[in-house]
Design a protein around this ligand. Structure first.
Ligand SMILES: Cc1cc2nc3c(=O)[nH]c(=O)nc-3n(C[C@H](O)[C@H](O)[C@H](O)COP(=O)(O)OP(=O)(O)OC[C@H]3O[C@@H](n4cnc5c(N)ncnc54)[C@H](O)[C@@H]3O)c2cc1C
Length: 342
């Protein structure tokens, strides 16, 4: 099996396939943009102004937790940090939606008390959210890359689509033969000649990493933009959201916007030093569901992509499911199967 792209999607799928005993080769362009290397890796099952619970959260979260815990044991290194989130209630409408949600037993595992916090600019209060946290995506990807290299399952190379030959038995690329190829190219999947018909809706985002000596809240603070305390003592502030991809480099506009947002979250803006500003492109899709499956005519060409803004929560479950499909013919659910797109 040849996999193109070593972001979270390609890496976790490759890992799952290796666990199933498949022979895998991952080819990865180190110079291309990677959302996974920029992402804060936040885990948040209840989102939006209407506090909507992620569908299938009850299976997605345990699958992610199980996989990351297993990997932490395997690599003897932490990746997944569970941490409560305080969501700032912005207006009366949000407050009344929240009261409704809190009467629904399905939400009781995810929403806690409505409370206040002395450092936060939240006149209507904050609601505690549970089953939240973040994945240290860079640490995980570094470990997986070393693992693939040790297993002779990795090449650092840009995949040129014109070099691919499809054969009756599978594919051939630069002398490498495989039964199937799975494209995990993130937002660049929209330029893939076999899958460019899929309705991608990429969204650029920027994140700041700050160092501060001030005492800041030790929960994730979410008021649309968020403030995340990370394990090395720094804080991340994010994220912008923009469909204009005319530049994919960090911008001053985003820096000012994020610092302004942080100022709105906190009663007192602390002293800080910006130590990084990063920009990446989320592989969002028009109907907000992932793209999983095979080309309608070339069945040796597959895709595992479209995890939007929620890769760290969605990818473990769907990688396991797709690996089972590839090894045991398990069904791909219609909602995520690219066959849904006409
Ligand atoms: C600013 C920002 C904030 C985010 N915050 C969060 C968050 O808090 N929580 C969350 O869950 N998600 C977040 N995301 C989304 C998350 O990053 C994605 O859901 C996830 O990382 C997508 O992984 P991927 O592997 O599909 O794509 P990518 O990480 O983009 O990986 C694709 C890889 O394919 C490689 N590639 C592409 N074309 C080729 C080729 N031709 N040859 C070889 N290699 C190729 C690229 O180099 C790239 O590394 C955020 C994204 C951004 C940009």
């Amino acid at each position: 099996m040849l996999i193109v792209g070593q972001g979270l999607a390609g890496s976790i799928l490759a890992w799952q396939l290796i666990q199933c005993g498949k022979s895998v080769l991952v080819t990865h362009d180190e110079h291309a943009s990677s959302a996974s290397r920029v992402a804060a890796g936040l885990f948040n099952p209840v989102t939006g102004q209407r506090f909507v619970l992620q569908s299938d959260a009850e299976v997605l979260i345990p699958a992610a937790r199980e996989l990351y815990t297993h990997m932490e044991q395997q690599f003897e290194q932490p990746f997944f940090y569970e941490m409560p989130m305080l969501r700032i209630i912005k207006n009366e409408k949000e407050l009344s939606t929240l009261y409704k949600r809190k009467t629904d037993p399905v939400y009781s595992a995810y929403l806690g008390e409505i409370t206040t916090h002395p450092s936060l600019n939240a006149p209507l209060g904050v609601v505690e959210q549970f089953q939240t946290g973040y994945l240290d995506t860079n640490a995980l990807l570094d470990c997986l890359k070393s693992y693939f290299i040790e297993n002779h399952s990795f090449i650092s190379n840009q995949f040129i689509h014109d070099d691919l030959e499809t054969t009756a038995a599978g594919i051939c690329w630069n002398g490498i033969k495989a039964n199937q190829i799975i494209f995990c190219e993130g937002y660049m999947g929209r330029n893939n000649p076999w899958f460019s018909w899929l309705p991608f809706q990429p969204a650029k985002g920027e994140i700041l990493t700050l160092k501060s000596t001030a005492e800041l809240p030790d929960q994730i603070i979410n008021g649309g933009r968020w403030l995340l305390p990370v394990h090395d003592g720094n804080h991340k502030v994010g994220a912008t959201y923009d469909h204009d991809l005319s530049t994919t480099r960090p911008t001053e506009k985003a820096e000012h916007g994020l610092l302004g947002a942080m100022q709105q979250l906190l009663i007192d803006m602390p002293d800080y030093e910006i130590i990084a500003q990063q920009c990446g492109v989320r592989p969002n899709t028009l109907d907000k569901n992932p793209f999983i499956g095979f080309h309608p005519e070339h069945h040796q060409l597959g895709i595992f992509n479209g995890f939007g803004s929620k890769g760290s929560m969605l990818i473990p479950y769907y990688a396991d499911l797709f690996a089972q499909h590839l090894t045991d013919s398990a069904e791909i659910p219609a909602r995520v199967d690219i066959a849904r797109i006409q």
